[in-house]
Write a protein that binds this ligand. Structure first.
Ligand code: 5SP
Ligand code: CO
Length: 224
């Protein structure tokens, strides 16, 4: 199973509805919320994500790069977002927050910055629906893929398989037609791509090409 989630951070914010309609083959639309505190960049908040939820035919994969997630993450679940991912670095009680998100009907994701170890969360994997291993420092699109995050991704993959739990492993940052194979090899099944999709002349064709690149790689002997 391979999921391709285009990030609208690379779309035209003035023509978001048009750009949302350009990726019909995608699995989810990845929505980057930034507050200029947790990361040094600012995008949009609850009101905007509510409108995206209203007009999108794809389910929303919300990535919160904000402080105060205990307060704000549940509000995104209440909007009807399919999945809400908060950063581990932004809360002292990730399991409690994940339970709250699930109780509100959303999937619960936990994200790890490149320098954040996975160990503290590996015993609680069943509490989450998704682990996001950031492959760039969060905050900006168009950065280069950090291959040094791959051992951590593999470590999470091994722990998920050993526990026998159904947790999606997402990568986000610098995913393109070549790095998607590297991340697939290390165990990812869910791929966020911003500039690789919206920088293409035909974004939907690029979604298909990314999917094929990941699947082709999987067929060549890697069956994560
Ligand atoms: O969360 C983030 C950035 O912090 C991402 O979702 C970016 O939007 C990915 O952009 P590309 O690296 O694919 O251009
Ligand atoms: Co993101």
């Amino acid at each position: 199973m391979v999921r391709i989630n285009p990030s609208i951070l690379a779309a035209d914010f003035v023509n978001l509805q048009r750009d949302l309609a350009r990726i019909p083959s995608a699995d989810f639309v990845h929505v980057d919320v930034m507050d200029n505190h947790f990361v040094p960049n600012l995008t949009f908040g609850l009101q905007m994500v509510g409108r995206i939820q209203d007009v999108s035919s794809l389910p929303l994969d919300v990535h919160l790069m904000i402080d105060d997630v205990d307060r704000w993450a549940p509000e995104y679940a209440k909007l009807g977002a399919f999945s809400v991912t908060f950063h581990a670095e932004a809360t002292d009680a990730p399991v409690d927050l994940a339970r709250r998100l699930r109780s509100l009907g959303s999937r619960a994701g936990i994200a790890l910055k490149p320098g954040t170890p996975a160990e503290p969360y590996l015993d609680d994997l069943a509490e989450f629906d998704q682990v996001l291993v950031m492959t760039v420092e969060p905050g900006f699109g168009g950065q280069g893929f950090l291959a040094e995050t791959m051992p951590k991704l593999q470590q999470v993959r091994d722990a998920v398989d050993a526990a026998g739990v159904d947790v999606w492993l997402q990568v986000d940052g610098g995913i393109d037609l070549s790095t998607i194979a590297v991340a697939r090899d290390a165990g990812a099944d869910t791929f966020v791509a911003g500039s690789a999709v919206y920088g293409a002349a035909d974004p939907d064709l690029r979604v298909s090409a990314l999917r094929e690149a990941a699947l082709r790689h999987g067929e060549q002997g890697h069956t994560h």
